[in-house]
Write a protein that binds this ligand. Structure first.
Ligand code: NOJ
Length: 529
């Protein structure tokens, strides 16, 4: 395998690309993406320069939550191909020097999983205790309501309990009723999930993204949530010993990574998850949901650096299959693409690991979904529509994603917004990303210490990275008016979002509204002056 090793963990300063397999590339014309499709498009990822891919779940699933409801963790769903296709994908990615992360859902299964099917049979079934079953105030009946007031993640506000007529009790589900929560108080559940983790690590993956990991621990007494207090159904201290166990498995497979979806909105709460014997990285939702605003971003970046002294432990991202695409999110005045490109430059500059969601590299917008095509009742279809690979005028209406009818509509912008057209356009968003990722790999991999973030001039975010021979400054004007920003004498332009910019300085850069630049300042050159 052509993957180099160095003393720094491979994921530090890396770029990880998230693939939502249903929507990446369809090799068999059924309208849903699959693993052979992913393999067929790996060269796009090599050219882009990413270090790793993270695939949303590909395991056997009834697809109530599009793969996050797993009925067999150790089998690839036939919709995505087969087990051999997973092996092929790992091999082909590794051949290109791209590492592979799978998405493990440790906290819940599908209601069609054989464990849950057995668990429902009767209260003495050996699998009963794999899930969280309780009586409500009226034992054996639904009419007294559920055991407590916990709410499910979606649909928002729905209760987290469903009454099961077959066995006459309520079961807990943090998400859909089709996703019953596993009972991690039962040590056999931990043993079984450890087996799953080993199964895929033995198959050669390089790490895992751990779904909804803050839900792995809850109040074992199942007490009601109380107003003004943190929710009792998540982020409970008992989850940390569980993460230590997961980590101890990964540690037996050197060089593997665990990145957790810690769906919490206070950076302080991430800190315990990043103890040395727990997660390597935790996705930072405070940053992901931040406005495109210099002062707010500088504060978030600085706070994280103060809370987590090891700069290699940050996991930065702005979108994924659950979140709106940045171009749409920042589009309040028609400048969504400009802000999305500033954020791309910011991500390239940050110390830590950055994650990119498929289509972000094209500057894709969310796709409006006509009511008769809605499939996700939680509103996440617009960011999950298929990757446009080629212009429909040359490849047909499937835009190179499929020859069939796509499971979600193709973006109406596909004629201009597709990989092939952008590849040959030097001014495209795709080529900006490719160059930014190249700069991150070739120059910023060597940075030491944490980055410093501040606002030197109103509206402008500055990120400074040190290398032994100099420093890099990334200057992002989030204001719509121009701004003049001081830069070190001798600093020179590395890259800018304005495709016509040729230089900066001396001593200052005049940024246009919503313009960003990255400059390099080598100490030796100053001394030679
Ligand atoms: C987080 C995943 O990203 C989301 O898509 C899923 O619906 C929930 N976890 C439940 O697994």
């Amino acid at each position: 395998m052509s993957i180099s090793t160095s003393s720094r963990n491979w994921w530090e300063q890396a770029v990880v690309y998230q693939i939502y397999p249903r929507s990446f590339a369809d090799s068999d014309g059924d309208g849903v993406g699959d693993l052979r499709g992913v393999v067929s498009r790996l060269d796009h990822l090599s050219r882009l320069g990413v270090d790793a891919i993270w695939l949303s779940p590909i395991f056997e699933s009834p697809m109530a939550d599009f793969g996050y409801d797993i009925s067999d963790h150790c089998r690839v769903d036939p919709l995505f191909g087969g087990d051999d296709d997973a092996r092929l994908l790992i091999e082909e990615a590794h051949r290109r020097g791209i590492r592979v992360l799978f998405d493990l859902v440790l906290g819940h299964t599908s209601d069609r999983h054989r464990w849950f099917q057995a668990s429902r049979q009767d209260r003495t079934n050996p699998y009963r205790d794999f899930y969280v079953w309780r009586d409500g105030p009226t034992p054996g009946r639904a009419d007294g309501g559920p055991p407590n007031n916990w709410e499910a993640g979606f649909p928002a506000g729905a209760r987290a309990w469903t009454f099961d007529d077959l066995s006459g009790q309520w079961y807990l589900h943090s998400h859909l009723p089709q996703q019953p929560d596993l009972n991690w108080e039962n040590p056999i559940v931990a043993d079984e999930q450890e087996r799953v983790l080993r199964f895929w690590l033995d198959a050669g993956i390089d790490g895992v993204r751990l779904d909804s990991i803050n839900r792995l621990g809850k109040d074992p007494l199942l007490r009601d949530n109380a107003p003004g207090l943190p929710l009792r159904q998540q982020d409970w201290p008992n989850l940390h010993e569980r993460l230590v166990r997961v980590r101890s498995v990964l540690d037996k497979y050197p060089g593997t990574l665990a990145v957790g979806e810690v769906w919490l909105f206070d950076q302080q709460l991430l800190v315990p998850y990043l103890s040395d014997d727990e997660l390597h990285l935790a996705h930072n939702f405070v940053f992901a949901r931040a406005d495109a605003d210099a002062t707010g971003l500088a504060a978030i970046l600085s706070e994280f650096g103060d809370l987590v002294p090891d700069p290699g432990r940050a996991a930065w991202f702005v979108s994924n299959h659950d979140e709106p695409r940045p171009r749409s999110r920042f589009d309040r005045d028609g400048y969504g693409l400009q802000r999305a490109e500033l954020i791309a430059m910011l991500l390239a500059s940050l110390r830590g690991t950055t994650f990119l969601y498929q289509g972000e590299e094209l500057g894709l917008a969310d796709t409006p979904i006509p009511p008769d095509r809605v499939v996700d009742l939680n509103g996440r279809d617009p960011q999950r529509t298929p990757m446009p690979w080629r212009a429909p005028s040359v490849s047909g209406p499937g835009a190179g994603f499929t020859t069939g009818r796509p499971w979600l509509p193709i973006t109406p912008d596909a004629e201009a917004m597709n990989v092939e057209s952008q590849r040959t356009d030097a001014r495209s968003t795709l080529n900006l990303y490719r160059r930014l990722i190249g700069i991150r790999r070739d120059r910023l991999r060597a940075v030491t210490g944490r980055h410093l973030a501040d606002v030197p001039v109103e509206g402008v975010l500055r990120v400074v990275n040190q290398v032994p021979a100099g420093r890099y400054e990334t200057l992002l004007n989030f204001g719509v008016e121009g701004a003049v920003v001081p830069i070190p004498d001798g600093a020179r332009l590395l890259i800018g979002t304005d495709r016509d910019r040729r230089d900066v300085g001396p001593g200052r850069v005049e940024l246009g509204g919503l313009e960003g630049v990255m400059v390099e300042h080598r100490y030796s050159e100053v001394h030679e002056r």
